[in-house]
Every structure is written in C-alpha cells, then in structure tokens.
Design a binder for this molecule. Sequence first.
Ligand code: CA
Length: 751
Amino acid sequence: MLALFRTVILLVVIAVALPAQAKDYLVANQAEYIEVSQSLNPGDNIILADGVWQDFEIMLRAEGTEKQPIMLRPQTKGKVILSGQSNLRIAGQYIIVTGLIFRDGYSPTGEVLSFRRTKDDLAHNSRMTEIVIDHFSKPDRFDNDYWVGIYGQNNRFDHNNLVGKTNKGVTLAVRLNSVDSRENNHRIDHNYFGPRPALGSNGGETLRIGTSKFAQYNSNTIVENNYFDRCDGEVEIISSKSGGNILRGNVFFESSGTLTLRHGDNNLVERNIFLGNGKDHTGGIRVINKGQTVRHNYMEGLRGSGFASALTVMNGVPNSPVNRYVQVSDAQIIGNSVYDSDFITLAGGADAERSAPPIDSVMSGNLITGGDAGPIFRIQDDISGIKFSGNARIGAAHANHPEGIATIKATLVRAKNGLLYPRKAKFSKYGVPRDLSPVTKEEVGASWYPKPVKVNKFAGGADIAITPSEGVIENTIANATAGDIIVLGDGEYSVSKTISINKPITLKGSGQTKIVFDRPSLFEIAEGGSLRLENLTIDGEQAPDSVGNALIRTTSYPLQSNFLIEMERVQISNLSVNKYFDVIKLGKSTFADHVIIKDSQFKDISGSIILAASETEDYGQYNVEYADIQGSSFENIGGPIVNLYRGGRDESTFGPHFDLKNSKLANVGLDKNNDSKSAIVLHGAQYSKILDNQFIASAPILVNHTVGRPQTRITGNKFTATPKINIVELNYEGEQRVILSDNVYEEGENK
Ligand code: CA
C-alpha cells in the first residue's frame, strides 16, 4: 500500500512538473486503477496489467482532447479479461477504450459497456474499439440488460466482437433519451455481431437505434460494414426507431429476422447483403414511415415470409400514434437484387387497424428471379401508391407479380465479390451495382480474437464403449467431454442417481440395451447440457412415486444457454407410477432450440411426452423453438403427447414451431387427470404441421391461435373414434386460420 501511495505521489509530481507530457500508467489492481483514473490528463494512457480482473466495474471519467485522447488499454491485447460481475462506463470527451475481453460473468447493472457515467454525464467524441463481449449474459434469460448502450454524440463503436447474448435485451442500443444524445452522428462500424440464439420472447434484437418515444427525432447514426452472423434473437435484427440513420454495407449471414425501419423517417438503407442460405425466417428489409430509401441491397436464399420477407412494405394505421404503424409515403426502393428468396410483401399487415396503404412510393430498377426461385409477391391491400418502373425479372412471372416488371432472358453468374449478376452488361441497369464489396468476417471485430464456427453439438467427441455395471452410466457421463458418444453394450443398466447433463452427450445403445432408474428423474439438463438418446429402451418401472416425475427435466433454476434434446429409435415405457409422469419437462426460464423425436415408441405413460408449458404469464415467452416428431408411436398416454404454450400478444418471435408427421397415437389424452382433455395442445404456436398421422381412440387436437399470423396445417390424418380437431381463435375475428385437408374421420371401436 505504501508503495502504491508513493507511486501515485510521484506521478502527480510528474504531472505537475510536465503538464504536456502524456504518461502511461500500468495498473495491476482495482485500487491502483481508481487512484490513477482520478487525475488523468490529455494523452495519458491507463494500461491494465495482463490477467483476469475479477468483479471490476470500470469507470472512466476523463477529458481528453481531439489531438490527445485519453486511452484505456490492456498491457497485451487478448490477455486482459474482465470476468465475474464486471462492466465499463465512460463519460467525458475524447476517450478511447480498446482491447478488453468480457467473459465468464455478466454485468451487475443494466449494461456491460456504457457511453455514460450517469443519466446526465455522457461520453462525447469517444470510441470503443476491439472490445470482446463473449457470452457475458445474465444467468436468467429474462433478466434484462443491454450489452452496449451508446449515449452522447460523435461516438464510435468499431471492430468489436459481441457474441452469444442469451438473456433478454438489445445487444447494442443507441439511446436518444436526452437532447445531448440526439443528432448524434455516432458511427457503428466493422463490428462482429456473432451468433445470438433465439430468445423465445420479445427483446432479442441485435441492434436498436432509438425508441418509439423519441422516434420524431433524428439520430443520424451510421451503421456500416458490420457482419451479423446468425443473429436469431427475434424477428428484428436491427430495429431503427429514429430518423436520419444510414445503414450501409452490412452483411447479414444466415440471420433469422429483418432490418426493420420501425419508427422515424428519412433513413437510408443501402448496399447491404442478406445471405439466407435457405435457413428458416431469414429476411431482408421491412419499410414503415416516411421518406425511406432502400437501394442497392442484395438478397439471396431468404426464406422469411410475412413481416420477414426479403422486402416488406407495410400498411400503416391512419393518423397513427407514434408507437403503432405510420403509413409508408415517399419510399424509394431502387436497384435491389432479390434472388432465390420466397417472398416480397407489399401493403403488409393490412387489417382493420392497419388500413392505410403505401403512397407516393417508387419501386424501380430492381431485379428479381422468377419461376421456382421466387419471390412470390404477397399483396395485402391497394398498391396503386407504389409506382413500378424499370424492374426486371429473370424467368417466369407468378400470377400476382405487379405490372412494371419486365421479363428478361439473363443468366446469373457469380462475380469475384461472391454475388450474382446478369452475365450481359446490357442488364446492368437492373439490380445492385458491380462495385459492392461485402465486408468479410475477417475484416470485422478484433482480429486477435477467434470467431465462433458452426458446430454440431453432438459430434467431435470420442466414442466411449461401456458394458453394464453399477454406476457405469453416471460415472462415464461425469467424466465425458462435450460431444462424446457413449456406446452402451447389450444388457440392463440400472441408474441410481439423477444424472446431470452439463455438456452435449449422446447415449447410443445396441438395440439390446435397456436402462432402468430409481429416482424421479433419470436426466437433468443443466447449463451447457444437451442430450441425444439413440437406439435404447428405457423403462420407468422402478421409478419412485414423487411429485413432478420426468424422465428428462431441466434444472429448477433458469438456464442461460439454449439446449437440444434428441431421441431416435428409443422405446420408453412404464412411466406410470403417478398421475403426471412426463418424458421431457422443460422448466421456467429454460429454452430448447429443438426437441426432436424420430422413429421412437412410447407406451404406458401417465403424463406428456413433451411438456413445454412453463411460461404461463403471457409475456410472449415459451420453452422450445422447434418441437418435431416423426415416425413415432404413442400408446396409452394419459396427458397430451405435446403441450406447448406461448402466451402473450406481441409479434416478436418466429416460434414456437411444431411438426408431427407419420406417427400413430392410440388411447392418448384420455386420462381423467388430463385437464386439457386433448391429445395435443398447441397454444400460441406460430407454425404447426400435423401431417399423415393416425389417431385411434384418442382425445382431440386442441389448437389455440393467439397472435400474429399463425400458420397451421393439419392434413392427411386419419382419426378413428377420435373427436374433431378443435381450433380456437382467441384474438382474431374472422374465419379460422388453418389449412385442413384430406383428414378422414371414422367411427371405429371406442375403448
Ligand atoms: Ca422486438
């Protein structure tokens, strides 16, 4: 302590003696940092010593100058890690922070990085660059924060990596909540927005500029040359809620969602690249409000529909309040290329409230593919207010393509920049210009920090062979590493503990492998866990009678990370010791990216096979994105085989999705304890397909439609001694929104 005191004195003396002399201060602990940070002069650098800084809430309030900014940096890039309960706030002028890593923890406040100290003390002319935030999410997925809050004016946020946000709240928010934060001229560029998994709720936007409350103000923020890699948090990847923004040259790679001009006028969206690669819900640009220009954007392989179409021009609300939908006027949609994408939606979202179609708008010089490559136009109201001229289509028109799109005979060739262009120069007046230069993953973010690659969670590990002996499954899983496949030889395995699954693990049987267990649950999904079962028989005959039995359950506390559950060629029976013995039970604040069941048999089970109905507060939250069953049979099941609940009325999520194909249900859902009196309960599912199944002497299917535009298709099923499907529209007047076809009902013998 004395040494530190002496150092500080010495530094002060130097500072007084040589006021113009910039100093480097290497600090090794928080006390030293605090001492030094209180007397900084223009040009000074604070250098954090290499190592892990635990629970460090960094506050840097300083006044640099344009020529002599004050810098906070690591001793070595990549070697200073802020972990635990850490964050960073800056306020003042001309501050640069660079090279820090936030990992293994989360912010104790509402932000990880903040361009303000307090509500009234903001940062101006400052920069954060090459900062990494890697999975620094609050443990409870519904505990809200921003990773980055930008306030003040003339700030730059560039070359940062923001990867793996799993809790609610915008990844990066530009705030306009004070006069000093408007017309801000911030620049957000060359950042790597890494994978953001589906949140299963509103609040999973990657970038938001403004809010509806301040939508009438100009933000004048530039968002350019950023890379959005698999940003799947919710329907909006970027939500621009202010005026005068420029969104330019960004790449959206396999990201489910859209760039949405949600509120505010006179924004420019140009030269962005949307590459869907055929992934679900990959979208482009959605236009609302006045004076928006959307030009020279490239869309390829997009599979979004409705509000997530490659291009969506919305209908507005007449005299709309600012938080609803302002009518589109003076939109200029020019020179965009839309290839191999499913939909363009015009006058989108038209309904009794949104009854004002787009006016005084232009679509010209756009180039689309035709025929099977799409897009199909969905036109939901009068589009005479959009003038079409000089647009072209390669290949056949669809019935509903508007006038003003000429068919041209062109061949698309992939150019050096990776994008498709017509081979012949005479067609260059259509679509995006030749000089687009999509920013690459390598050009964004901190070059010294690795970016995540796509992985199959259940691969990449070792095969570990075991044979029956006491505790062998428990011990092998405990010692396994992520991606391992445990190969179970013939015989009966008896498990006497609930096994915590805290990494991706596969259990693969021989076909002659049976597992019995004597706890209320066999597996518990913990943080980081995912489970795949293959070619196994599991018998619940030895399970005790206790409350809430479930073969696979989640931990009783929230899970930060999304997980997967898969079953293939699995036989499960005798889960019947009490009234509600479920196979898979997903608890509150837990979220599965998917639950897949394939070619499996379930027999004599008192509860549900997939119980995903823990989020009952109607906040628009739910437990599983894709529940997918095929080629399986269900016999003597007391509860509904699937109980899926997504309440609430917001339209921010794509899911949940449900698929049931080629499966057989016999005596399902008829137990007197099954309050739903149904064999399947889908409440608020957004995409449901029930195709080519057999229902024998079972309870009916119940589908409750809540919000959005639910896509429900029930076709090719045979119902024997099973009541009719029950579709309920809870918030929609008009005909039931469901495709029902080729379903056969027959009397048959009732049990
Ligand atoms: Ca939202």
